[in-house]
Each structure stands twice: as C-alpha cells, then as structure tokens.
Design a protein around this ligand. Structure first.
Ligand code: F6P
Length: 553
C-alpha cells in the first residue's frame, strides 16, 4: 500500500484497471442494469446515520465499485482516515491538523475536545442570557436582532444552517447575515433594525478579512450615529482565533469566543462560528446538529469502505471527473429550506479540491474537484434542468429530499417528492426517437409533423444521479448531511494526493485588490497596470467623484 501523496494515483494498477473498465462500461445503459437486476437498489444503496443513500442510478456495476474501492485502498484511505481523526498534520502546507471532528465529539479526552466543551458551555450561557433578555442593549432593552458579519466559512455555514432550520427558529430573535463588502448588504440589512436591540457577531478566524472589517467598522459607525456615548461592548461579540485583534477593535475580552488553528474556515460551523445558529434556534438544536455530525463521523471512521457513505460519494465523483472527463456536479435539494446548501458546498468542495498540485508540490495530472452548482428543486426544473436533460453535458446530480414536511401541507409535499423522483428517473430513462414518435402519433400529429418534431423530443437519458433521503430535516439529519459531504471531500483529496485544507489560490486576488484600491482612490490617472485594468479604473474614477459630489450637495 502506498502512503498518500507519494505515488501519482494515475500510475496505480487500480486506476489503469478503471480506465479499461470505463471503456467497456461506457456503452451500457443504467436502465438496463435495473432491468437485469431486481436487487439493484438493495445492492447499490445504504442506510447511514439519519440518511438513506441511493446510488443505484449511476453508470456503475459491482465491478466498478470493486475497482473504485481498490483505488481508495491503494491510495491509503484507511490510514488517511485514522490520521485525520488522530490529529496528524493532514494540512501539510500550513502544518496543521484538521480536527473539525473534535468540534462535535461528545468526549473530553483530548486537549482539543476539552477546549471545545469549555467553549460550548460559554456559548450556552451566552445564548441563555440573550434569549431570556438578561443581556440588554445600551438602553436596557433585550436583543431582538443578531447580525453575523463574516464571509466565506464565517458566513456560508451558519447562514445555510440557520435557513435550513427555519422551523426551529426562536420567536424572540431574528438572525441576519452580512458578508459582502458591497455597502448595500449591510445598509439594507440595517434598514428597519433598532440599534437599541441589535447585536453584532463579528465572525472572523483571522480578524484580518477586508470585507468583515469594513462591515464591522460600518456597523460601529451606524451604532455611534444614534448616541456618541453608547456602550459598544453590549452590541459586539466576536468569534476569532485572534483575540488581540478583536480586543483592539473594541470588543470586551469576555465576549470573544475562541476558534483554533486546527479548524478550517469552511469546516467551522460546528465551532463558535455557529453561534448565530444557537442564538437563532436553541442550544439544544445546536447540540443536535453536532450529534448528527458526530454520528456521521463514527460511520465514516468505522464502516467498511463498501458500506461507507462518504467514501462511496467521493469515489463516484472521481469516477465521472476522471474517467468520463465530466467537470461538473449539480446539487439539487428538494427542500426549500436547504436553498443555500449548494452555495455552502461550493466553498466546501471547490475551495478544498480546486488544486493543481499534489501534497508534495508535484503537478497533478488528473482532475481534482468539479464545478459544484445547483439550486432548490422544483425551481431548477423551470430553468437549468433543460440542459441536464437535453444538453450534451453529463452532469451527475445529487438529489436531496426529506420524506416529511415540517408543514401540514401533505399534498404539496407529495408533489415535491414526486417531482424529485421524476427528475432522477427522467435523467436515467430519457426518451428514444421511437417513443417520441409514438407519443406524437397518439396526440394526433401528422406524419410530416412527427418527423419534424420528434428529434426535438428525444432525451438521451443515461444521466447519473444519487438520491439522499432523510425522514425529516431535523438538526441532527442536517448535521449528518453536512458531515457526509465534508468527509466526501477529504476522501477525494486523499485518493488524489492533494491537500483539502489549504486555499492559497484566494490570496493573489486579495493582494492585487489592495494595490488597485490605492489606484482607484488616488487623483492621478492610472497607467501602471495592464490596459484593461487601467481603463476600468479610469472609467470609474470620475464617476465615483461625481457621485460623491452629488451626495455632498
Ligand atoms: O478568502 C478565503 C477565506 O480565507 C476562507 O477560507 C475563509 O472561510 C474566509 O476567507 C474568511 O476568513 P476569516 O474567517 O479569517 O475572516
């Protein structure tokens, strides 16, 4: 067995066997697999904690799964899973462990787990103070609105979970999420909010992120606009690993919730970054979220590879990315409350797997991660699903559905489910020319109209999808769902030999924007960049000035 990151994965015998196998299998039809095997669903589905994972509608046979599992074994997946849970420095470029699993561990054995539980207690007592009205704003009124100011992992996770858990929202408190440096985001959020009863959570692991600091300063100015002597410490708390910076901003040291180097931003919603979740729902809900994720951690850590949901999710993704050269993946939650889930997964998957070199710094010769996108069904059916059905691309899709609705509208919910299942069925089955012609004939079309129209009605089918189902979108089911994708990303990175926990690519844009900010702000005509950038800056300058002049008048 090779150790992860040393042998280029495409040189392994399993990879080569998969290449050959793909050539044999690529002419098969998924629907024929079903026709020939009445046990196909049973053989290609599993029950994980809280989730049913159906992967039978994929272009795979048992041999495909065996070969993919052999690939994972040759990549050293068993050792890599142990290494992550043990706290080894799996994030090798930053020399850090990735211990998000410790954030949801019920144990207090390791130093990290102890810190986690101390912080959970601090969160719990803070949430209690806010929710019972003991913590008040500057005028003595209880807090009614919480604005989380953060971006990336300090925004997407808590915002997505808060939305997903809408049925469990607290009656007293509303949460809002401001991330964009576009001043409209904060300004529009503040409209109609009362400064006396608004609390800001400044969420930034590094406390250096431009967008967050700009918005945090603007929030401070907004509050000070109501009275100069406001006690700001009643309105600002922070979540950060850099408490000195948060204190320098003006936050009371007792109101800073810690975060640690061993928690990556996109894996941090389980930490105090999840504070708005606990505030906006309840501490019990937050703990259930953690326990659902922990159940998935245990499933991932202990299940054999062939019954391991995140392992199979990752291998299926790699199968299409590398053996069919498919570059994209659709995430289609048929649950309105999960409408932010695709955006959350974009960061988790694309920031983790968007890499071109291996952990050793060698050029990666195979595809790493795909383009992740999607939206809530059924809405997507009335827009981009046309391309899924008749476009030339293969877009493997993950359908996510819940057997029950938090509402009492059972008929509408059954329509939702029927649409979800119909989409995966339609993607697989398609419609042949013969079927299209027969359908038009039944509708009474003439021979010549049938000949003209039928080709437009052909749907190739054979498009793969997984379906993930849960009993209900509870906090613990959501925890398990998110954790399954986190581990899927890790498995993929291990097989490819890349680091899933760094994100150096985002730095260049940050560096350049600092220089460009100077150029946009100066009175001089800009000539120091490429012609396009100079022209864009020079187009903006007089218009910014004009706008500022009008504001002053
Ligand atoms: O720019 C990318 C990034 O570093 C993400 O990885 C991170 O989640 C986000 O910025 C926010 O970082 P911070 O929490 O330090 O403000």
């Amino acid at each position: 067995m090779s150790s992860p990151g040393t042998t280029p994965i495409e040189t392994t015998s399993a990879w080569q066997a998969l290449s050959k196998h793909q050539q044999q299998l690529s002419h098969s039809r998924i629907s024929d697999f079903f026709a020939n095997d009445p046990e196909r669903f049973k053989n290609f589905s599993l029950q994980a904690p809280e989730l049913l994972f159906d992967y039978s509608k994929h272009l795979i046979s048992s041999e495909t799964i065996d070969l993919l599992l052999e690939l994972a074994t040759q990549a050293g997946i068993g050792d890599a899973i142990t290494a992550m849970f043990k706290g080894d420095l799996v994030n090798n470029t930053e020399k850090r462990p990735a211990l998000h699993v410790a954030l949801r561990s019920p144990h207090k054995n390791t130093a990290e787990e102890k810190e986690v539980h101390t912080t959970l207690s601090k969160i719990e007592s803070f949430v209690a103070k806010i929710q019972c009205g003991e913590w008040t704003g500057f005028s003595g009124k209880p807090i009614t609105d919480v604005i989380n100011i953060g971006i990336g992992g300090s925004d997407l996770g808590p915002a997505m979970v808060y939305e997903a858990l809408s049925p469990f929202h607290s009656n007293q408190l509303r949460c809002h999420f401001v991330s964009n440096v576009d001043p409209c985001h904060l300004e529009q959020t503040l409209t109609n909010l009362n400064p006396e009863t608004t609390l800001f959570v400044i969420a930034s692991k590094t406390f250096t992120t431009l967008e967050t600091l700009q918005n945090a300063n603007a929030a401070k100015i907004w509050l000070q606009g109501f009275a100069s002597d406001i006690d700001l410490t009643k309105h600002f708390v922070a979540v950060s690993s850099k408490s000195d910076k948060a204190i320098a901003f003006g936050i009371d040291k007792n109101n800073i919730f810690p975060l640690w180097d061993w928690v990556g931003g996109r894996y941090s919603l389980w930490s105090a970054i999840g504070l708005p979740i606990a505030l906006g729902t309840s501490m019990q809900c937050f703990r259930e979220l953690l326990s659902g994720a922990h159940a998935m951690d245990e499933h991932f850590r202990t299940s054999p590879l062939n019954e391991n949901m995140p392992v199979l999710m990752a291998l299926l993704n790699l199968w299409y990315l590398n053996f069919f050269q498919v570059e994209t993946q659709a995430i289609l939650p048929y649950i309105q409350n999960l409408h932010l889930f695709p955006a959350f997964l974009q960061q988790l998957d694309m920031e983790s797997l968007g890499k071109s070199v291996t952990k050793d710094g060698d050029l990666l010769n195979v595809n790493s991660g795909g383009l992740v996108w999607g939206s809530a069904g059924t809405n997507g059916q009335h827009s981009f699903h046309q391309l899924l059905h008749q476009g030339k691309h293969i877009v493997p899709a993950d359908f996510i559905a819940s057997a029950s609705s938090p509402t009492s509208h059972s008929e509408q919910h059954r329509h939702l489910l029927a649409n979800c299942f119909a989409q995966s069925q339609a993607l697989m089955q398609g419609k042949s020319l013969k079927e299209a012609k027969a359908e038009l004939a039944t509708l009474g079309y003439s021979e010549s109209d049938i000949a003209t129209l039928a080709p437009h009605k052909v749907i190739s089918g054979n498009k793969p999808s997984s379906t993930i189902m849960m009993q209900a979108l509870t906090a613990s089911a959501l925890g398990a769902l998110i954790a399954s994708y986190e581990h899927k990303v890790y498995v993929q990175s291990v097989v490819l030999g890349i680091n899933a926990f760094d994100q150096w690519g985002v730095e260049l844009g940050k560096q350049l924007s600092a220089e460009l900010f100077q150029a946009i702000s100066s009175d001089e005509k800009c000539a120091s960049f490429d012609a396009s950038t100079n022209a864009l800056i020079n187009y903006s300058k007089p218009r910014i000035k004009e706008k500022n002049k009008r504001i002053k008048e």
